[in-house]
Design a protein around this ligand. Structure first.
Ligand SMILES: [Zn+2]
Length: 227
């Protein structure tokens, strides 16, 4: 069950839950989609989701990004208080944020998608303002796992490493057997017993991607091939 959030709850000083819901209602799911596209790709499990099914799905929004070369950064700098950083399929859409991060305003919404890619019946189901969440540093976690600088790793992964939750889902998808929820403790530290294996699995993933050149299609294939 989705937690019940009061419409006047503040997401940050500029925005309430009610305002965000009405701002997003009837907006197009993603500016990258054309009306001729018949499906989008889940940002967690890489499954294709057809719009014809009118899925009820979750999105992840945040007030900032980790990567300052992010193409959507200008959205924040213009007038949008939050940007949509991930869209999931029905199975991956849970009403709560996966690993909310102190320092970021983050929101989970649930929405129904129409045949013309519009978002309807928007419901904010989780809010974590800047002072809330887990005290983890996504860049440091990324560097500990990848053993290269955050900037170097974002070059490999194109623009995937956007907000804190994207770090969570991208690494979780890249690993063969480790899951991020058990690798990072709730105090923000990494389980030292699992770190070695996580590094090895991520190194294998990097080598695989380097060989062919990273792109979204190859990443999706990697995730799907894991079964
Ligand atoms: Zn999915």
């Amino acid at each position: 069950m989705a937690p019940d959030i009061h419409p006047n709850t503040e997401i940050n000083s500029d925005l309430t839950v009610k305002e965000l819901e009405s701002d997003l209602e009837n907006k197009i799911l993603s500016p990258d989609l054309n009306e001729t596209d018949d499906h989008y790709i889940c940002d967690f499990c890489s499954k294709g989701v057809p719009k014809s099914k009118n899925p009820r799905i979750g999105q992840y929004l945040a007030d900032n990004v980790l990567n300052n070369t992010h193409p959507k950064l200008n959205y924040i700098e213009s007038n949008r208080p939050l940007i949509q950083l991930a869209t999931y399929c029905e199975e991956c859409s849970v009403p709560i944020l996966f690993f909310p991060c102190i320092g970021f305003s983050e929101v989970r919404i649930m929405t129904t998608i129409t045949e013309d890619w519009k978002m309807k019946n928007i419901e904010v189901t989780d809010v974590s303002d800047r002072d809330d969440g887990i005290d983890w540093d996504p860049k440091i976690v990324s560097e500990k796992i990848s053993t290269v600088s955050f900037e170097e790793n974002t070059l490999l992964l194109g623009n995937e490493l956007w907000g804190p939750e994207n770090i969570f889902t991208v690494y979780d998808s890249a690993f063969e057997s480790i899951d991020m929820g058990s690798l990072i403790n709730y105090d923000g530290t990494i389980d030292p017993k699992k770190l070695g294996r996580a590094r090895k699995e991520y190194r294998n993933f990097r080598n695989k991607m380097k060989k062919s050149g990273y792109n979204r299609r190859k990443f999706s294939k990697h995730v799907r091939d894991k079964g």
